[in-house]
Design a protein around this ligand. Sequence first.
Ligand code: FES
Length: 570
Amino acid sequence: MTSLRSSEWYAGDDRNAYIHRAWMRRGVPDDFAERPQIAIANTASDLTPCNRHLTEVAASVRDGITEAGGIPLELPVASIGETQVRPTAMLWRNMAAMATEEMLRANPVDGVVLLGGCDKTIPSLLMAAASVDIPAVVVPGGPMLSGHFRGEALGCGTDVWRLSEEVRAGSLSNADFMKSEGSMIRSKGHCNTMGTASTMALVAEALGTVLPGLAGTPAPDARLLVGARETGRLAVELVNDDRRPSTFLTPASFHNAIVALAAIGGSTNAVVHLLAIAGRLGIDLTIDDFDRIGADVPLLVNLQPAGRFLMDDLYRAGGFQAVLREVGDLLDPTALTVDGRPLVDHLGDATIWDREVITPREEPLQPSAGIAVLRGSLAPGGALIKPAAASPHLLEHRGRAVVFDSIEDFHARIDDPELDIDETSVMVLRGCGPKGYPGMPEVSNMPLPKKLLEQGVRDMVRICDGRMSGTAYGTVILHVTPEAAAGGPLALVRTGDWITLSVAARRVDLEVSEEELAARTPNEATLAGFASPRRGWERLYVDHVTQADTGADLDFLVGGSGSTVSRESH
Ligand code: FES
């Protein structure tokens, strides 16, 4: 066993060690200071409803840590409720990561169990742990059970978008839509579709940072608490073996995460999160790696928004490991998990029990399901599209731009009967990137114009420098880089310009000559959306956030801080 980091606080017979030890003696064993000190970074919060149950999960983690001879130390950390916070949860991901990083560094802890669930919480925790590089393991809070309305399962997020579009199309009354609200959230846990929370829990396991087999366990399932307890024991082992993130997270781990992301039909948000986590580890991951590794991976999971079922169906059908086993030959066998063994060694007896939910490799839902990376005159730094969630007939398309300068401009005009738009138009929304909004909100899947919905149109090509919810669907080109507010050509598009999209050629182009584009300047309405915030986190964020193609982290947070803080407090 290596010497404990916490001994820098606790070891010795001087005044400072006395102070550090004495104030902690509140029922702990006499020899507490010689044992591994394991923080439980807990994102439970009443304002993060998807994580509210994590305090119960933390109790099981505590039991495991104590059983293994460690000292459990609950550490409430910044938490972000996806549905609640304004202006957008992504603005706060880096703040939560920075705060967690600093609290881990500042305190006498030797290892950490990371409790997350709702979209930004697992990414922020992993970014922090990667930068501090102390032994760390994730317990995903798990998805909620499926709710039902009028005999049909309701998918969190996905069915909100679907039903609200039905109201706008006139095929569902608003009163009936409101009635569905009480059925949407059936139990504790995070969203039950293959949205960002589910995606990041599964991807965290594919990366190797979760006890193998635990991700995807529904929040109310007793096996989550069993896994939490085992994870507590594992955390003590990690400290004893000095197994830190940098010792097992490698490019091979990210390769496996990208394969998994495609096979589950996961959220495009995983791209910015994985890029940011890799950046903290000094691993050279690029958006092109997602296309290169993931584009030809088959889609095997029939979950909303790309398919029919929900997360508790996936668990019942064999779970994430059964999916990984089907694509086992695409995984990198050298990638290790947090328990010290290769990921592929854990997949031996994983079985598909319901072939409608998890399709076998020979009969995939789609043969190629990964995220495609587009470049072209409209996105010189790259943009993403998720072909599995798009309409096949729109993957090759040419149409005239209808431009909106902000989401407020969009809402004000989209249902105007006089708006000059038809189903061949390309809807362009700008001012929604990391700097422009600020915070890169999930608005890229713009609702279609009411008049077109009433005509039966259900999808159109949409282009935006923001993100979209992992629970959303449609032919949406997003994460356009550089964003409009960073001087990208998106700022110069005018209504009426022709735009061509070819997913096959991986291109998105504005049919405006370079000379004409060079002569254009952003209009006043575009510029008005980029006013720089004057104070606080927003100002720091806008001044330092990187573009989506590098993870939208803050430039000064990329890389690691390490765990050493040599200066004493008194
Ligand atoms: Fe929390 Fe969807 S809102 S996971």
